[in-house]
Design a protein around this ligand. Structure first.
Ligand SMILES: Cc1ncc(COP(=O)(O)O)c(C=O)c1O
Length: 398
């Protein structure tokens, strides 16, 4: 299957681009073909397994289980991989056409005009640009704690204030409390849905009503990095409808999570053109050429998408079933990770797990005896659960 795809890539006439000397169909240089064969050989090697890491090592023991960074352990789209291979000989050229094609593909996915799309190298830059564009001394951003802090940290660095509202007892957003924290100096509300690190989502109708009632001059930033994995997915939960209505909403999405391309760095923001112009002042460069073609291919690869969502939901349930059996408290997970109460200070817990080569998430103040664990493969999570049980028993928590 992969061999056939490689041959197809080599034989496929390359589209004309903005090259001064257009290549004729089938006129790839010998070195380009050699490089494609070299990559194909690598891809066909048994160790490669499409980005999935073997838990067993050759030495008879097992390798490390890395479940600390919310990366996709199931790999990424083979169609994306093929598009990268096809593009490799041409990365001496800028991504003119490819970045336009990416914007068009995103605009078709989101059903918004292309003027609403701001492509970036991962979605992190959308968060950072928004922080820089809105932060001013005396102005504040309202968010939740624990929550994802990339935007609010930058907001503070650029002279603004951060107002953090605690979550409710179900570790979900307390929207009335968030609303109460908004004052005359608030310029933005940043909410990540599902929330990182808790993984909880907010009722979409309640969130829509909350955003519609925001005072003029307060922009809603909704970070939907993990939303494809929530019950009902984007269709049931996304705030994209409010952007389409022309509301003052910035939405961020990424190819790092469900699409499994964290290392490639592709993400985007969706917002009205006047908001986009405000953020774009701080744009430092969009996704690279390989990222552009891989993201477009990923959006076409519906089979991979479905598989990725199913894998996440299946393994997530396997983890929560075991936590239920052990009587461990956790927040209802709707993203690519589970946030659980260990009752052990997180730094100590990390060290104990690391001694068994299981890397778990960092501290998320103020919940310092809870732990965030990214969903890995079934095999990796099996290892995690058995080490977890041992460590928890040794600490007298089970
Ligand atoms: C909630 C949230 N938003 C944004 C990001 C940024 O990811 P990336 O820059 O890879 O798109 C992350 C990364 O973990 C995240 O958890």
């Amino acid at each position: 299957m992969l061999g056939e795809l490689c041959l197809e890539v080599i034989n496929k006439p390359k589209k004309m681009s903005t090259t001064l000397v257009p290549k004729k169909a089938g006129s790839r240089s010998a070195s380009a073909i050699a490089s494609i064969f070299a990559i194909a050989t690598l891809l066909l090697s048994p160790q490669f397994a499409f980005g999935q890491h073997e838990v067993d090592s050759d030495e008879g023991g097992r390798g490390p289980v890395k479940i600390n960074g919310n990366e996709n352990a199931f790999g990424y789209s083979q169609m994306a991989m093929m598009s990268i291979m096809q593009e490799l000989p041409d990365i001496n050229r800028y991504a003119w056409e490819e970045s336009v094609a990416l914007v068009e593909a995103i605009s078709a996915r989101e059903l918004v005009p292309s003027e609403f799309v701001l492509p970036t190298a991962g979605s992190g830059p959308v968060l950072v640009m928004a922080a820089i564009a809105y932060a001013q001394p005396g102005k504040n951003v309202v968010t939740v704690a624990p929550g994802y802090t990339q935007l609010v940290r930058k907001f503070k660095e650029f002279g603004g204030d951060v107002k953090s509202v605690p979550l409710n007892e179900k570790l979900e957003y307390d929207l009335p409390a968030v609303k109460a924290a908004i004052d005359e100096n608030t310029v933005m509300v940043y909410l990540c849905n599902p929330n990182n690190p808790t993984g909880t989502t907010v009722d979409p109708e309640a969130l829509k009503a909350f955003i519609r009632e925001l005072p003029p001059g307060v922009t809603a930033f909704v970070d939907e990095a993990y939303l494809e994995l929530a019950d009902g997915g984007l269709e049931a939960n996304s705030m994209i409808g409010l952007v389409r209505e022309g509301r003052d909403v910035i939405l961020a999405r990424t190819f790092s999570k469900v699409f499994g391309m964290a290392g490639l760095r592709v993400g985007y923001g969706i917002m009205k053109p006047d908001t986009k112009a405000k953020l774009a002042k701080y744009h430092m460069g969009g996704p690279n050429k390989l990222g552009c073609v891989a993201a477009v291919a990923s959006l076409q690869d519906t089979m991979f998408f479905e598989e990725s969502v199913t894998n996440y939901r299946t393994v997530r349930k396997m983890v929560t079933d075991k936590l239920d059996e052990l009587g461990v408290e956790y927040a209802y997970p709707q993203g690519s990770f589970v946030f659980m109460k260990t009752g052990v200070p997180i730094k100590e817990f990390q060290t104990l797990m690391e001694a068994e080569q299981v890397m778990v998430g960092r501290p998320f103040p103020p919940m310092l005896d809870w732990c965030r664990v990214s969903i890995g493969t079934e095999e990796e999570m099996g290892v995690f659960l058995s080490v977890f049980e041992e460590v928890m028993k040794a600490k007298g928590k089970l």
